[in-house]
Design a protein around this ligand. Sequence first.
Ligand SMILES: Cc1cc2nc3c(=O)[nH]c(=O)nc-3n(C[C@H](O)[C@H](O)[C@H](O)COP(=O)(O)OP(=O)(O)OC[C@H]3O[C@@H](n4cnc5c(N)ncnc54)[C@H](O)[C@@H]3O)c2cc1C
Length: 466
Amino acid sequence: MASIALKSFVGLRHSTALDSHSATASTNPALLSHRRKVLRIKASKSSPRVAGRNLRVAVVGGGPAGGSAAETLAKGGVETVLFERKLDNCKPCGGAIPLCMVGEFDLPLDIIDRRVTKMKMISPSNVAVDIGRTLKPHEYIGMVRREVLDAYLRDRAAAAGATVVNGLFLKMDLPKEKNAPYVLHYNDYDSKAGGSGEKKTIEVDAVIGADGANSRVAKGIGAGDYEYAIAFQERVKIPDSKMKYYEDLAEMYVGDDVSPDFYGWVFPKCDHVAVGTGTVTHKGDIKKFQTATRIRAQDKIQGGKIIRVEAHPIPEHPRPRRVLERVALVGDAAGYVTKCSGEGIYFAAKSGRMCAEAIVEGSENGKRMIDESDLRVYLEKWDKTYWPTYKVLDVLQKVFYRSNPAREAFVEMCADEYVQKMTFDSYLYKRVVPGNPLDDLKLAVNTIGSLVRANALRKEMDKLNV
Ligand SMILES: Cc1cc2nc3c(=O)[nH]c(=O)nc-3n(C[C@H](O)[C@H](O)[C@H](O)COP(=O)(O)OP(=O)(O)OC[C@H]3O[C@@H](n4cnc5c(N)ncnc54)[C@H](O)[C@@H]3O)c2cc1C
């Protein structure tokens, strides 16, 4: 498998001067220490200064994209308001995060339910390959519950000075003149005006749409649609004796039965496992695929009780438009989930932060108005850094998820230690992993061999009409 070319973003300087914002959210020492890190920008720009106040930015959506965007903006001196419609939202999600996210986003270990060091890839004929063999002792895939991760990131944004509003964003009026404000309409649930909240408006200079796959901000700027997968997940509480097996182990199932174009998973959480699958091509059959995933894992989850059933769209590719004037989309709203792995949490948090950094930089710590060119800095950096990742995973999905013989070949290939090392290094660290030319050659020969066998097998099966 090809290594994925990733470069970590080196953008703004972090200094440790005292934060000028007052903390609102928490007395948690971990959160308070974050308040002290302030982004200071030195740049020169010709756009007008904002008089008597700082730049005002609304972040719509309090998932990983919105939480990290709001924190970065607030630390950078921008007046930040974060809208989240449901503060105890349990985003339907497998919750697997790469190790680098723990470090880059300074996540405390107590919000990580499980540290997975063994990942089993299970073929259509139930051949299981353990793909965690090359992990070093300190390396793992983090498993989080989204209600825990998202709340933590939002609280940290609040501690950095962002105002968190429990409200549903409805629509926005676009400015009719240069530098005029955006007017956001929302239902404020904080104001105790009954279940549907109180209708309010707010004026801001810029908007970050971090409101997920069904983004209203995206609609507001005519960002266009994307193809999407539907993903289904059940949280299953299994007996302690069975939970022991999943203590540090996750499973991925491939096969026509569990999904024609994706994979099924069993991911461990604190006291339960998340069992799920997804598909783009056969959305109407998602429940059938979910049943098949449960059947494949049945020996290990038998006696379990389904405690939550959840489903949500997963974007397949970026929207045609991600920036318009002073509005930018990040995370799922922009369409930043990788194919093949379906990974989106890290990319959401990272894009939120990258977009906010571009605003902080462009506005010189909230002192100047920004324009579309400032937001394009984020887009260009994003595309340059991550485009190869999306491309490689897109190709892998097309090659290996297209038939059961191809999937058997894929699992066979995963047994190779070199493949495991390259895959894990790329996933865990999101950075360039220089390959060994000899091993690369061996791998190419093996891959071609596996695919030839897969094709031969498929022809035989076609003849037999299997
Ligand atoms: C079943 C499933 C399993 C997945 N498993 C994984 C996995 O294991 N690992 C991984 O990396 N990725 C996984 N993903 C993808 C991942 O969940 C997303 O990529 C990620 O959540 C994107 O984060 P986000 O902040 O952009 O959007 P979201 O997490 O969707 O957050 C958007 C937030 O905006 C709020 N919101 C929406 N509309 C409004 C509004 N009008 N007003 C106010 N607030 C609003 C929502 O309540 C929500 O809190 C999975 C997805 C699904 C569906």
